[in-house]
Design a protein around this ligand. Structure first.
Ligand code: FAD
Length: 460
């Protein structure tokens, strides 16, 4: 008789796991059922700001694979509008609510993948439930925001939270012709960057006409006839016809916690190297699962699609009878913000300090192409480097087109624990349309190497 795999969550991690398991085991050997409470499976949440900003025109392009395709091409029974409301580990079954028919059923499993993703932070502030205040997490949120923009024609948008999703949404609203204000509790937007790089992002936002209110906390919302009218901060009151909450996410682990699955210190589901929880045959992957930061060695909860797809793949290979391990993350991320590109990998200064490293930093200014070549534009590259050894610990990049993807070379160096000494001579490519003869990454490595050498000399 076929084993039964149940997947909770029908997006990146869950459906990657299902697809990989199916690749290795046919339907006669493994029955696969995936439950998704929303309207869509395998979608690109990452594309939402670009759809709402009219950069991506067709909504359907954000849907990578529909339930029908999963059924027809892979014999995966993907059921939308089905929410798993309980897991019984002893009986090895889940309770599933059919949201369309308002009914419940018990579904057994031999293997289970918990891929419930992240849960957007929704502050418990007065008025937060007013009409016109949106989270941005799923395609259903995108549909709701698009309908609101079309029907209500808001003029003033306030984005709360200056993480990359908040910034991408601020830019999307600008592209739609709205006046945009962004409120951020910290001194700079993008707290995953060091303050000096964050300040470059702040300047870019102001340059594009976004009203940035940093070091301000939102204290509540005022509504008129049930719809949001103002956002109140500890410093001012902002007119708002539409509000987006971009306060980040936490691992969505309540279901797992209630079932007795161990939650790690980062707040994500604790998994081993193969993405298995402490319960045999129960796996977890994606934003809900804990990861290990390869540089600090610490457990972390980082919500990125890149990790979710890879972790889902690893879980699926193991469920499919193969053997694969997940080696941890660097938190490599890039974003397009107000006409600029910004990227990071590894540890920033605060994280390096928190991990106990003694480090130095080097920031270099260069150009994305040969200085004389049309389109050459400034690029700032910052490296965080261990003292004495010169080992790379992290990197951040800010610049115009052609800047951000340079972070990938730095991520590979970081992954392989390279020192800046070794990086300086790496054989990177050069031609005037693509880079100066010394690529900005190499210039930054040289500068960091100089600093490490100087500090070593001072120690003698
Ligand atoms: C606006 C935006 C932009 C982003 N941009 C980027 C980017 O540029 N690069 C990047 O790497 N990452 C980006 N991300 C993050 C990326 O989308 C997530 O990391 C990724 O989607 C995580 O995949 P997941 O499968 O773990 O979780 P999710 O995509 O959150 O999927 C989990 C699914 O589980 C379902 N679910 C939850 N609980 C239940 C339940 N009890 N029963 C049934 N179904 C349930 C949810 O409805 C959801 O569909 C972005 C995210 C957003 C919101």
């Amino acid at each position: 008789m076929a084993e039964r795999l149940v997947v909770i969550g029908g997006d990146a991690a869950g459906m990657s796991a299902a697809s990989q398991a199916r690749k290795r085991r046919g339907p006669e050997d493994l029955e696969i059922v995936a439950f998704e409470r929303g309207n869509f499976t395998s979608y690109s949440a990452c594309g939402i700001p670009y759809y709402l900003g009219d950069v991506v025109e067709d909504f359907d392009d954000l849907i990578v694979r529909t339930p029908e395709k999963f059924r027809d091409k892979q014999q995966i029974d993907a059921r939308i509008h089905h929410e798993v409301v309980a897991i019984d580990l002893g009986a090895r079954n889940v309770t599933v609510r059919d949201l369309a028919n308002d009914s419940e059923a018990i579904e057994g499993f031999d293997q289970l993948v918990v891929a419930t993703g992240g849960k957007p932070v929704r502050p418990p502030l007065e008025g937060v439930d007013a009409r016109g205040i949106f989270g941005v997490q799923t395609l259903d949120d995108a549909v709701a925001i698009e309908n609101f923009l079309e029907n209500e024609k808001p003029k003033h948008a306030v984005v709360i939270g200056g993480g990359y999703i908040g910034l991408e949404m601020a830019e999307a609203f600008q592209l739609r012709g709205l006046d945009v204000a962004l409120v951020e509790r910290s001194a700079q937007p993008m707290v995953t960057l060091d303050p000096d790089i964050g300040e470059l992002v702040a300047e870019a936002m102001r340059g594009l006409g976004v009203d940035l209110y940093s070091s301000e906390a939102v204290t509540g919302f005022e509504a008129k006839d049930g719809s949001v009218a103002t956002v109140v901060t500890d410093n001012r009151t902002l007119h708002a016809d539409i509000v987006v909450l971009g306060l980040g996410t936490r691992p969505n682990v309540e279901l797992a916690r209630m079932a007795g699955i161990t939650i790690g210190e980062s707040g994500g589901v604790k998994v081993d190297q193969r993405m298995q929880t402490e319960i045999e045959g129960v796996w977890s992957a994606g934003d809900c699962a804990e990861k290990i930061n390869r540089v600090s060695g610490k457990p972390v909860a980082i919500a990125l699609g890149t990790h979710a797809n890879k972790e889902g793949r690893i879980a699926g290979i193991n469920i499919g009878g193969g053997y694969a391990t997940f080696p941890g993350v660097l938190g490599t991320a890039t974003s397009k913000v107000c006409g600029y590109e910004v990227a990071r990998t590894g540890l920033n200064e605060a994280e390096a300090k928190d991990a106990g490293f003694e480090f130095t930093t080097a920031t270099s200014e260069s150009t994305t192409r040969a200085g004389y070549f049309p389109g050459a534009s400034p690029i700032t590259t910052k490296l965080v480097v261990e003292q004495r050894s010169g080992r790379l610990l992290g990197a951040q990049i800010f610049g115009k087109e052609g800047a951000a993807k340079r972070i990938d070379g730095l991520a590979v160096a970081l992954w392989n624990e390279m020192t800046v000494d070794a990086m300086v001579n790496v054989d990177l490519s050069y031609a005037p349309p693509f880079a100066p003869v010394w690529d900005p990454v190499l210039i930054a490595a040289r500068k960091a190497w100089d600093k490490v050498q100087l500090e070593l000399a001072n120690l003698k």
